[in-house]
Design a protein around this ligand. Structure first.
Ligand code: HEM
Length: 449
């Protein structure tokens, strides 16, 4: 495949083929219902480059391993993040944020945030992580059936608060969730209309979220990290004091950043994995078998989590089958040619990073949930560009290691301190698409011990 980057005069290459869609609305409905399914359909029908239409807008999509490698290598040169995230920046009253910045500014911010979002930071907080998760399990009465996603969201919100921004979310949990979710569905995934941002309930959740952000900053200013571990906020305050790129006014959005990046993504991935755990009894048995090693010393050590083989392979297969960020969007700053077609400047590009997760060339029988794909003899995810749940290149998920540990540790702790069954036992997963794919609320577990 050619990935020519042409300089100079207009490209003679044809435009990418257009995906079939409905009259007038094009592919808008398919996209609103399930982005991943729509992208996989286009990739299977047209290969590595095609266009989709949603009402009056047309977008180019690139997909497959070469597209992923191209994106990983070249995004800084031809693509820009800013426009896609601009609405959230405005809503957060942020001058600059990690996800929406590009070039040297982005590199500097990423350096500031790196330690605070690291796996080792999360691992250093295993005692709190276990205590939070265990407390939420024990608050779930035996005999009660609950929707899984809202419960997991509570656990994840509290973990992100205590571990990354050093502050319990307390009774701000629902506000944070309502604020972020509404802002994302209106401004980023555009699945809901703009008037929702004017509604009093949203405005109240937004105000309360800012209030939490201010409390987080005030706490860290008043309590420097002399007798407690450093975290993301201490690093941000140091950067402000040093006169680096961050200014005082950027601190509240910075403090809310972990919730924007991690709340839905991590919660939904944990919920999808719980579905797999309870759908396939051999997976549940395999994980339960490993728990003894993890909790032998009350609080697990980082090395013990890394030894959890079935738990780890189930997490990888969950991220392949149920990627919560199925595609990434960028503005094309410089035109280029890809796979024999031209991509014009100024438009919006979808990089369908996870469409290849369903390519049978790399994952035989791709619809099957099969954790043996990750055994050393097969290692199907190791071909470059075929496994991209966390994105690729300069903006790839800064919390990827943390998220993996969070997914594994939360599920391990839940299974260690509670016994659950799926209700009904033969439930088949339904997916809801807001703001990104998640199990529907009728995915329920009953605590039985
Ligand atoms: C399974 C869970 C997760 C998935 C699938 C995921 C996926 C992603 C993806 C695809 C991106 C790239 C977005 C882009 O290029 O536009 C991203 C960025 C990011 N993620 Fe995650 N994420 C997860 C969990 C988390 C968690 C728990 C945190 C931390 C609390 C986090 C922090 C970040 C940050 C800070 C960025 C921005 C990086 C940058 O712009 O340089 N993520 N994530």
């Amino acid at each position: 495949m050619t990935t020519a980057l042409w300089k100079g005069g207009p490209s003679q290459a044809p435009l990418p083929p257009m995906m079939q869609g409905l009259p007038i609305i094009g592919n808008a409905l398919e996209m609103a219902q399930d982005v991943l399914k729509c992208m996989v359909k286009g990739y299977r029908a047209h290969g590595p480059i095609f266009r989709i239409r949603a009402l009056a807008d047309t977008y180019t999509v690139i997909a497959g391993p070469e597209a992923n490698m191209f994106f990983s290598r070249e995004q800084g040169q031809h693509l820009r993040s800013k426009e896609f995230w601009a609405g959230i920046d405005q809503e957060m009253e942020a001058n600059i944020t990690l996800i929406s910045s590009d070039g040297p500014e982005h590199t500097e911010l990423r350096q500031i945030a790196k330690r605070g979002y690291s796996r080792s930071l999360y691992e250093a907080h295993f005692p709190e992580v276990v205590a939070i998760t265990r407390q939420k399990v024990e608050a779930w009465p035996v005999g009660e059936t609950r929707s899984v996603v809202p419960w997991v969201q509570e656990v994840v919100t509290e973990q992100l608060g205590q571990v990354i921004v050093g502050t319990s979310v307390g009774d701000y949990g629902k506000d944070i969730y309502n604020f972020i979710r509404t802002a994302l569905v209106v401004l980023i995934t555009r699945q809901r209309p703009g008037f929702l941002l004017k509604m009093p309930a949203y405005q109240n959740a937004r105000r309360r979220s800012f209030e939490l952000g201010e409390k987080i900053i005030a706490f860290h200013r008043a309590n420097p990290p002399t007798n407690r571990p450093r975290n993301l906020i201490d690093d941000a305050l140091d950067a402000v004091a040093a006169g680096h790129i961050l200014k005082d006014g950027d601190l509240v959005p910075f403090a809310l950043g972990p919730y924007i990046a991690g709340l839905d993504t991590s919660s939904n991935s944990i919920a999808f994995m719980l579905y797999a755990v309870f759908k396939y009894p051999e997976i549940l048995a395999g994980i339960q078998n490993e728990l003894g090693g993890l909790f032998a010393n009350e609080v697990p050590a980082p090395g013990d989590l890394r030894k959890m083989d079935v738990l780890h392979r189930t997490a990888l297969e969950t991220l392949r089958c149920y990627p919560v960020v199925p595609a990434i969007q960028r503005t094309v700053t410089e035109p280029f040619e890809f796979a024999g077609h031209r991509v014009e400047g100024g438009g919006r590009l979808f990089i369908a990073t996870t469409a290849v997760h369903y390519d049978e060339k790399y994952y035989p029988n791709p619809e099957k949930f099969d954790i043996d794909r990750y055994l050393p003899a097969r290692n199907e995810h190791r071909t470059p560009g075929v496994f991209a749940p966390y994105g690729l290149g300069t903006h790839s998920c800064l919390g990827a290691g943390l998220a993996e540990a969070q997914i594994m540790m939360t599920i391990a702790t839940m299974l260690q301190f509670g016994k659950f069954v799926m209700v009904p036992a033969d439930y088949t997963l339904k997916v809801r698409p807001l703001p990104t794919n998640a199990p529907a609320n009728n995915f329920q577990l009953k605590r039985v011990g």
